[in-house]
Design a binder for this molecule. Structure first.
Ligand SMILES: Cc1cc2nc3c(=O)[nH]c(=O)nc-3n(C[C@H](O)[C@H](O)[C@H](O)COP(=O)(O)OP(=O)(O)OC[C@H]3O[C@@H](n4cnc5c(N)ncnc54)[C@H](O)[C@@H]3O)c2cc1C
Length: 614
């Protein structure tokens, strides 16, 4: 046991030890599968500094005072309410966190904007309006605009004086976003493009001042992006969509009828629109994961509180193992994905710093740094949104009949959660992209997947190493993680070799590989965060985190084993299949761990605190 001042000095020395560790910032997107990372090289949310915590507190206070009390009014789309709330958020600086100082913002790094998305993620429809405005609405101009465009639009977007929307989707062009039919034609005097077409599902459409519109000039193959002001003329819209959830978020069909857009409002270059759309979506995806985890934390806290209040069979339902199981599982999944969100956020910040130090223009570096981690962004979009769905579903269940009542909070959370698996690229598309992007990088020589995959194949032929067991803390977990990487490389490598050109059409197998890679990534991030935490605070104070790490490890092992087996059954046969199935069993071996007791311990801590505390 430490006395308080001893604890402080212990922590200070630990932190300086961590700082003195030479930061290895060279990890590239997708490399988690083939490289080991030291815990000193990851950022964990417990390391946010005082200023970042103040920003988070501002957001939290804003939700508590301005949003949560009026969720019903927001959902009824009371005239003018959402824009007024955005104005208030703008006054508090929430909209300008990641906008550079020269445009009136606070110029904070990427991970700070992740923190804002995370905290505001509990804000239901408001969170959607906020993220559409600050993300897909503002960032195309910030990252692709020229100086004149940035100077004209960014300061007003940063304060909320102007609100933004992003018009990519069309009735016949959703996942296949580059197939849009909206046209742009140059006027004979060469001063304007006339935009004509129909955009669908446009968030903030009802009150936006600025529309980022993607259209094809003449018979171009690729989209071009334009900044369109509401008052340019030729813009009409359908009434608000009636939706299953996020009812307070404005969602409109927007029609452009010969809308005259000055030529100087083209963003970047002709036919660069699809690239803009994709790159901006990368950022949207990782931020969606942050928001989903923020929402999940709120739901779990409410569910814990309800379980402590609700009495059945003369006992609080929080005393029952079945409920404690749910609470611990919800917490574990939140803790795991949260670890990955901030590790990836920091990777993006580090990549940005390196690129700028290497002489790259700041705007370009912003884009390049997120592009480098597009694989992780896609994984996080899938994992974050699926954790939120899991958590809200179990939240409803813990509330029982009240979970199904529109008078209790789970109803809204459950309905609002569902959209996250659909927008910012559906989870199917993001799973496919995860593998597609990794393979493309491998083919370009940017990511050496085949070398390690071949090494794993050779290892399969060798006799397993029964050397002395390493019993130090985290050794067993690291071994499991290393083996899961081998399992993933084995299956992915064999699939590439066996299926070659047809692999891109074998979606079920690609989904299996995406799941394996996803489990590996999230487990590694959870492990590294826990290891870092233990190094800072000691094992005893991290008992809950250690339990959650091990609970998640068991889930990851099972998930990798299942996905790997299904893939091998589908594409391999004969001796080769038998050998790889034996390898898969070897690589997905885990020592017995009493997950039941671990869940009980995690749940106990949460139930005593009456909220999520990790
Ligand atoms: C509330 C809401 C807000 C939105 N906000 C915006 C916004 O602000 N701006 C904007 O531009 N868009 C917005 N969208 C649109 C959203 O991004 C799209 O709905 C989404 O990309 C999916 O497109 P889709 O609806 O056409 O589905 P589809 O593309 O028709 O997909 C239908 C199903 O088929 C699957 N699928 C499609 N193609 C493939 C494939 N190649 N392989 C395997 N499976 C496939 C999908 O995963 C999905 O399960 C919003 C949507 C909603 C519902």
């Amino acid at each position: 046991m430490f006395f308080e001042n001893e604890l402080v000095s212990h922590l200070t020395s630990q932190i300086s030890h961590l700082k003195s560790h030479k930061m290895n910032k060279t990890i590239k997107g997708g490399e988690f599968l083939i490289k080991e990372t030291a815990y000193q090289d990851v950022f964990i949310p417990e390391e946010f500094d005082e200023e970042q915590q103040m920003i988070a507190k501002t957001c939290r206070d804003f939700l508590v005072t301005e949003i949560t009390p009026i969720l019903d009014r927001i959902d009824s789309q009371e005239e003018g309410l959402m824009p007024a709330l955005m104005d208030k958020a703008g006054e508090l600086g929430i909209l300008g966190v990641s906008i550079p100082d020269q445009y009136g913002g606070f110029g904070k790094n990427f991970n700070t904007s992740m923190l804002v998305a995370d905290v505001c993620g509990a804000g239901h429809s408001f969170a959607v309006a906020l993220s559409a405005h600050t993300g897909i609405g503002t960032l195309p101009i910030l990252y692709y605009g020229n100086e004149t465009q940035k100077a004209k639009y960014i300061p007003k977007l940063g304060t909320g004086e102007w609100k933004a929307s992003y018009c990519l989707t069309e009735p016949n062009s959703g996942s296949d976003a580059n197939s849009g039919k909206t046209k742009a034609t140059l006027t004979p005097d060469g001063k304007h493009y006339l935009i004509t077409g129909q955009k669908m599902w446009i968030t903030n459409g009802g009150f936006a001042d600025i529309f980022i519109v993607f259209a094809k000039i003449d018979d171009d193959k690729n989209l071009t992006a334009f900044i369109v002001e509401k008052d340019f003329g030729g813009i009409t819209m359908n009434p608000e969509e009636h939706k299953m959830g996020i009812k307070g978020s404005s969602t409109r069909q927007v029609f452009f009828n010969d809308c005259p857009v000055p030529v100087e409002n083209m963003l970047s270059e002709r036919e660069n629109g699809f690239k803009i759309a994709v790159n901006i979506l990368n950022i949207g995806r990782i931020k969606l994961s942050a928001a989903a985890i923020g929402g999940s934390r709120e739901v779990l806290s409410q569910a814990i509180n309800y379980s402590n209040e609700r009495i059945q069979f003369d006992r609080q339902i929080s005393k029952y193992g079945a409920i404690r199981y749910k609470i611990a599982e919800m917490a574990t999944k939140i803790y795991a994905v949260e670890s990955a969100n901030y590790r990836a956020g920091q990777n993006i910040d580090d990549a940005y710093d390196e690129l700028v130090a290497g002489g790259m223009d700041e705007g370009k570096a912003k884009l390049k740094s997120t592009e480098q981690f597009a694989v992780e962004c896609a994984i996080l979009k899938v994992w974050g949104s699926e954790v939120l769905d899991y958590v809200t579903d179990e939240g409803v269940q813990i509330y029982g009949g009240m979970g199904f009542s529109a008078e209790a909070p789970m109803d809204r959370s459950y309905r609002d959660a569902r959209i996250n698996r659909i927008f910012e690229g559906t989870n199917e598309i993001n799973r496919l992209l995860t593998v597609d992007m990794m393979l493309k990088r491998a083919m370009k020589g940017e990511l050496d997947l085949m070398g390690p995959a071949t090494a794993v194949a050779a290892e399969l032929m060798s006799i397993p190493d029964f050397g002395e067991e390493d019993t130090t803390l985290f050794a067993a977990e690291k071994k499991v993680l290393a083996n899961l990487k081998k399992a993933t490389l084995m299956v992915a490598g064999a699939a590439v070799q066996k299926l070659m050109m047809t692999l891109s059409k074998e979606q079920e197998i690609l989904m299996n590989i995406a799941d394996m890679a996803g489990y590996v990534y999230i487990l590694e991030c959870t492990l590294l965060r826990t290891e870092k935490l233990v190094s800072l605070k000691g094992e005893e104070s991290c008992a809950g985190q250690l339990d959650m790490l091990r609970i998640y490890m068991v889930e990851a092992v099972d998930g990798v084993a299942k996905a790997g087996k299904e893939a091998l059954w589908a594409f391999a046969d004969g001796d080769e299949q038998r050998m790889m199935l034996v390898g898969l069993r070897r690589f997905t071996k885990v020592e017995p761990f009493n997950v039941k007791d671990a869940r009980q311990r995690v749940a106990k801590q949460l139930i005593e605190a009456n909220k999520y505390i990790f």
